[in-house]
Design a protein. Structure first.
Length: 321
């Protein structure tokens, strides 16, 4: 084949592939939008979720632009982009990857992932948008589930949460809307929560990284909450000394807290927590690696101040900074 023919064939082939891709994407987009609207209708949320544009790739990734979710007139969030991929939805398995970029309130402001009071305490009434990634793989056929959540918020903090679970029958019951007769137990929402407490944790990993929230909060605390006395030395040295005293008091209090007592080394756990909240370390990590799965109910009992040596040993929990 001569070079003159090749000069035309290659662009034509590229154009052909582009046309096929565009056609497949358009078909995928129309089907994705129809499927999503049916799903929202089934959930009773067809009037609560809106988007400016929807596109889909032939491989199943759905991208929504300028998304608004309204739960009530006073409860609304917006996102620049929401991407849904890796979806499996059948009786044996539920899987999804969800990416949300630019999550804000309607006025363009955001809250702290850990509560807006922390944002205010760190000197920021207006916080930057959050980026959120959720990956969930729930396998009812083998009674296992893996969930990973990451949240990034500039100038505040990052959160990474991963959990592997077993004994997840409660999730299937809730997903199907099928609650046992005794599930409600006369306590409203406490019934489903009681069911969820039967789920067992195989592995847990939580990591928080400070991106300015703790640093600013500590500086403001020292400046406005630690009084100084004239003639007792410089204001800075007085505040540093008072802050060191607070850190020592934190250690004493921590040693009696349930969350520390359930770890393998309570003293090390408390030192890690104090280092993080006083700004000596920028990360805090909590892990559980049980030799055999432990129910959420038993873990909650340990957290609430009723640690049991057998539970503590089984959890194999650590707190590090």
């Amino acid at each position: 084949m001569d070079k003159q023919k090749m000069k035309w064939i290659i662009p034509a082939a590229v154009a052909g592939v582009a046309v096929v891709w565009w056609g497949a994407s358009s078909y995928a987009s129309s089907n994705a939008e129809e499927s999503l609207r049916k799903k929202l209708t089934a959930m009773g949320m067809q009037d609560q979720v809106h988007w400016a544009d929807l596109s889909a790739s032939p491989f199943g990734t759905v991208t929504l632009k300028d998304v608004t979710v309204t739960m009530s007139p006073r409860d609304q969030v917006q996102a620049k982009e929401v991407q849904i991929s890796d979806v499996i939805e059948d009786a044996k398995r539920q899987r999804i990857a969800l990416s949300v970029k630019g999550l804000v309130l309607p006025d363009g402001k955001s809250h702290s992932m850990l509560g807006n009071s922390l944002g205010l305490a760190s000197g920021r009434a207006e916080l930057p948008p959050m980026d959120v990634v959720l990956k969930a793989d729930v396998r009812f056929d083998d009674n296992q589930a893996d969930i990973a959540l990451s949240v990034e918020q500039k100038d505040m903090a990052d959160l990474d949460f991963k959990v592997s679970m077993t004994e997840i029958g409660a999730l299937q019951s809730l997903a199907n809307g099928q609650l046992p007769a005794d599930a409600m137990m006369g306590f409203g929402i406490m019934g489903p929560l009681q069911m969820l407490s039967r789920i067992s944790i195989k592995e847990l990993d939580i990591k928080v990284k400070d991106r300015g929230m703790m640093e600013r909060g500590i500086a403001l605390h020292k400046r406005y909450n630690l009084p100084v006395q004239v003639g007792e030395g410089s204001a800075k040295s007085q505040r540093e000394k008072a802050f060191e005293q607070e850190a020592e008091e934190m250690m004493v209090e921590c040693r009696s807290e349930g969350f520390a007592l359930m770890t393998q080394d309570p003293e090390a756990a408390c030192k890690a927590v104090v280092r993080f909240v006083t700004g000596d370390k920028s990360t805090l990590r909590i892990t559980m690696d049980p030799k055999t799965p432990v129910s959420i109910e038993r873990i909650a009992s340990a957290f609430m101040g009723r640690p049991n040596p057998s539970v503590t040993s089984a959890l194999n929990a650590e707190i590090r900074s």
